[in-house]
Design a protein around this ligand. Sequence first.
Ligand code: NAI
Length: 418
Amino acid sequence: MQITKKNGQLHVPDNPLIPFIEGDGIGKEITPFVQQIVDAAVEKSYGGKRKISWKEVLAGEKAFNKVGTWLPNETLEAFRNSLVGIKGPLTTPVGEGIRSLNVALRQELDLYVCLRPVRWFKGVATPLLHPEKVRVTIFRENTEDIYAGIEWAAGTPEVNKVLTFLKEEMGVAKIRFPETTSIGVKPVSVEGTERLVRAAILYALEHKLPSVTLVHKGNIMKFTEGGFKKWGYALAEREFPDQTFTEHRFNSIKAEKGLDAAVEAYNQALETGKVFIKDVIADAFLQSTLLKPEEYAVVATLNLNGDYISDQLAAMVGGIGIAPGANINYNSGHAIFEATHGTAPDIVGKEKANPCSMLLSAVMMLEYMGWNDAGRLITNSLEKLFEGGYATPDLARFMENGKSLSTTQFCEKVIENL
Ligand code: NAI
């Protein structure tokens, strides 16, 4: 049966149909194990009452070899109809005019949130003294910003047209080397910002998290990133007046009634369990996460900042290779959970592939479906294994007492420890 979304509610039947893309390269090695582990955890949690019906859909090299196209329409249709799906890594086809498959899926389904939870697993090697303090969920805007793909190459007639327009009609005189300049456009909208920030606040409320931080470079890019900050605060104050307290509001009270009154209002808000909405400039944020990571719970940010931030935070907990991710449209309910690494052609067939990025993405999927118990079983099992030093070679070689296991051995141990 299909998962559906009606009146803002996701309805998950006991036997949901979930399309999956096996993935290229190591995808073939990890995806079947991820499914086995998920099935075992679901069986153990719900005693046969719930079970996922997996439906394979094609994409990437496997699709190209079987049906002659990289992303068949049936695959898009399956994700469109089933709402929730999961994918392994895909080879990016090389050649002019072929879109990245990941980008195509995101655009087709308007998956506007790139969700990246970051946490440390005890036992995993990390450069931080206190990695346990890092527990951050990143909401990265996924459809706008300088990543929208609107750009023209230096020296082309197109860029010359844009340059002429900027110079002659917009009075722009600041382009330093116009003869050799490429130009990119950075669209950031009210709607795009609002739906992202709304999703981040709802997530913080649902998970009882203390804060949402808007990360931006509005000090320099006043209308785009500055707009993101302004519209984010305005949305919190308009749509969640009783559930949030904003730094923006703190500053207005301070200006009107003094610091003591502002601090009192802040303390009162915290006592009543309101989510604190604050903002920080992106470069200061990157420093601050190293020094005081415990100050951040949910982060809402623009596309490019989000790209850097996701990798820095994952690296801080030694988890860049196992970081999970999802691309979600919280309005329609569409969500694709995915391994964040590539196809790892250098280790294909060597039993060295780490399944954890995709497995933890599957845990996110179970949580999204409300099947938290099954998700927790998998996470607990991983916690036990990492703490005991058991991991695939990519992690084990950096761990104290690391015990290197093959992909198969590791996955069998995950199931044993559920
Ligand atoms: P990659 O992530 O595939 O590999 C980078 C390094 O990390 C390699 O040394 C690899 O062995 C290692 N690695 C990656 N995943 C691993 C895992 N699960 N376990 C153990 N080691 C792992 O990135 P690369 O080499 O730049 O890209 C290879 C292909 O993957 C390209 O076609 C690229 O376009 C595609 N790609 C696809 C992505 C996706 O579908 N989401 C994301 C990134 C790359």
